[in-house]
Design a protein around this ligand. Structure first.
Ligand code: ADP
Length: 497
């Protein structure tokens, strides 16, 4: 099975964004419904009873003020009517107590039908409980029979559940017992209605969740699908594909930007690779053609076997081997297989060695290399061969690109324990926008200006890799029309003696 087909199959096995959204929304809906169910249906009667008892307690707090008042009876009756509760207030000043107020505002009241013994029990419970007591009374035909006349003369047939709040208060040196009563409505019917409604609400909400998931997934997935299609085009080698999405939200826009950048980079790398191959083949072919041409000429034409022609073949062979060596060096440096062999050596001596060799090579062509050395000797710890190569490359470029003066200046300065070697020329300079690129292999600003020394197009790339392998600083200051200064820096090693 091909890789693309396999990935497609794997992709199909995964859950899409639509289903994820639906699952999340459905879960959210179910959670809300369950919590409403628990509070509204299961705990409804508990909450309702609690609320009723709390209302009665509040009323008792307010009634405290009424009991010792002059017109207590009427005021209490009015209050009971207002609140729709039954109230019984007994002043405990005589042996059995005196009925202070009796407001029978509802038909299903229990306190007006309990016998004296029950009243006494309630009083005792309240007394024991610090003067306040809540009692839930359930009354039905059976309980009346069992209760041995607990609710004498209770008019209602059937069942009734009541909340009774007992409160003992003091007023004008007299103790009063207040009994407040309200009926607890059966909530079963309400619960059944809610249950019915819940089924409908749950169905409607789940449908809404599904529709919302469809809508959201469409909004979220559409730009992603479009970007995926474009990314597939990119994978197919179409580097000019445009990822920008006009209506996309921020995250998708960021993804599109990242992919656009990647497409640009991949395109540039591909172009560079093609140029690299073209350049290498060209540079290899030129000396090879020359060698072949000269050799054939010397073989076929008598008298052409001159030392000059042989020298030309040798020169081309040297150029070829330089190029191959440079390529090898660079590949090894970039692959990290060549590590600098660090040793302490005198940089000034190395500089003079390199310049001497260059001098003999170019003097007869009218070039002049001058050197200004601030301190001598200056020791550094580095790979001697690599630093020599860097020097050759920088000086070679300076000779190659210097101006009419045919002059190159090499300076060696020491500051803060760091030695800086700078190679300056007064050539055409490098345009600022091209400076970052000259360190890439095979990058050439202008192929026309090559004269004394033939370059391989790898020189600065080797400099960059060598300096990076040494973790050393390097760079160039260049201005178009004035020339360039290529430099690198190494830490100075203090040598005893
Ligand atoms: P080349 O063999 O082409 O010199 P390099 O890697 O050494 O390859 O340099 C890369 C490019 O940088 C050169 O082609 C040239 O355009 C530019 N360059 C390097 N040194 C100089 C310099 N001293 N003055 C101006 N341009 C330079």
């Amino acid at each position: 099975m091909s890789r693309a087909a396999r990935t497609k199959k794997e992709r199909r096995g995964r859950v899409g964004i639509r289903w994820w959204l639906f699952a999340c929304l459905a879960l959210f809906t179910i959670l809300i419904l369950v919590s409403i169910w628990i509070f509204q249906v299961c705990l409804l009667s508990t909450f309702y009873e609690k609320e009723k008892f709390s209302d009665l307690k509040k009323s008792a707090d307010e009634l405290k003020e009424y009991v010792a008042a002059e017109d207590a009876r009427n005021a209490i009756a009015k209050y009971a009517k207002e609140k729709n509760i039954c109230i019984l207030v007994i002043a405990l000043e005589e042996e059995h107590g005196r009925l202070l107020a009796s407001a029978d505002a509802t038909s299903d009241c229990i306190i007006h039908h309990v016998n004296a013994q029950t009243l006494e029990e309630l009083y005792a419970d309240a007394k024991q409980n610090g003067g306040t007591y809540n009692k839930r009374f359930e009354f039905n035909d059976e309980s009346e029979a069992e209760g041995e006349g607990r609710f004498p003369g209770f008019p209602k047939k059937g069942s009734s559940v009541n909340a009774i709040h007992v409160r003992i208060v003091e007023g004008n040196g007299v103790e009063y017992v207040m009994l407040l009563d309200c009926e607890l409505m059966p909530v079963d019917a309400t619960v059944r209605t809610l249950q019915m409604q819940f089924v409908w609400i749950a169905g409607a909400l789940l449908c809404c969740a599904f529709l919302l998931a469809l809508l959201l997934s469409h909004i979220v997935a559409k730009p992603l699908v479009q970007i995926t299609q474009k990314a597939e085009k990119l994978a197919g080698g179409e580097f000019k594909v445009d990822f920008s999405e006009r209506d996309a939200y921020r995250e998708v826009q960021e993804l599109a930007d990242a992919l656009s950048f990647a497409a640009k980079e991949i395109g540039a790398t591909g172009r560079l690779q093609r140029e690299l191959i073209a350049n290498i083949s060209h540079d290899l072919r030129t000396p090879l053609t020359m060698i072949k041409g000269y050799s054939e000429m010397m073989r076929d034409i008598p008298g052409e076997n001159s030392p000059e022609n042989i020298q030309a073949v040798i020169d081309e062979t040297t150029r070829l081997s330089d190029l191959v060596n440079d390529l090898l060096d660079l590949s090894k440096l970039q692959a990290g297989t060549t590590k600098p062999k660090l040793a302490v050596f005198d940089l000034t001596e190395l500089l003079h060695d390199a310049l001497d060799r260059y001098d003999t090579l170019i003097k007869h062509k009218g070039y002049r290399i001058e050197s200004v050395v601030e301190e001598n000797p200056v020791f550094v710890e580095a790979d001697r061969t690599m630093i020599l190569q860097v020097l050759y490359n920088l000086v070679g470029n300076a000779v190659n690109y210097t101006g009419e003066s045919h002059r190159v200046l090499v300076t060696q300065t020491v500051k803060d324990g760091v030695v800086r070697l700078a190679v300056a020329d007064d050539g055409e300079g490098i345009p600022p926008e091209q400076i970052p690129e000259i360190w890439d292999r095979y990058y050439r600003v202008d192929r026309e200006h090559r004269c004394a020394v033939m370059g391989t197009g790898l020189g600065l790339s080797i400099v960059k890799n060598v300096m990076e392998a040494h973790k050393a600083s390097y760079g160039v200051e260049s201005a178009v029309g004035t020339g360039s200064v290529f430099w690198f820096e190494l830490p100075v090693i203090k040598k005893e003696g």
